[in-house]
Design a protein around this ligand. Structure first.
Ligand SMILES: [Fe+2]
Length: 155
């Protein structure tokens, strides 16, 4: 009985750790999407400039929800650009990248984030944390859709 209780507590801690990683990866994606919004050039400018804005705006709200879920679970949310970048460990796009390089880079960053979100979803699901699981499912739907749209641009 006692061992079961301890195992459950350890699992919940792991969920918040995974949530902290998902938060850092989401913030890194937001920053990368923002720089692409600013620096994109070429024939796809209007479409990409607008699409990137839509993506980082949606992410900003989502990041707040993830951070507040961490707080609701009793842990502290990570913050600070340097700290979040270090946690995410995501390569940054060069300022002079072309549109295709930007989109390919954002596909990669979205894919890394999807892995982090899946990890949280599975941990939350295994510990019966339906609220976190539900939040992660919603985030996965958004990022899988974004990956599909970005990849379609590259086709
Ligand atoms: Fe703008």
């Amino acid at each position: 009985m006692k061992a079961k209780k301890t195992a459950r507590k350890a699992k919940r801690t792991t969920t918040t750790d995974a949530l902290r990683q998902a938060l850092a990866d989401s913030y890194a994606l937001l920053a990368q999407t923002h720089i692409c919004h600013w620096n994109v050039r070429g024939p796809g400018f209007f479409a990409l400039h607008a699409a990137f804005e839509e993506q980082y705006t949606e992410l900003f709200t989502a990041i707040d929800e993830i951070a507040e879920r961490i707080r609701a679970l009793g842990e502290l949310a990570p913050g600070g650009l340097g700290n979040l970048a270090k946690m995410a460990g995501i390569a940054e796009i060069a300022e002079d990248s072309n549109a295709e390089e930007m989109v390919a880079h954002l596909v990669e960053v979205n894919q890394k984030l999807v892995k982090s979100l899946v990890a949280v979803r599975d941990l939350a699901g295994a510990s019966g944390d339906s609220q976190t699981e539900d939040l992660m499912i919603a985030r996965l739907q958004t990022h899988e859709k974004t990956i599909w749209m970005l990849k379609s641009f590259l086709d």
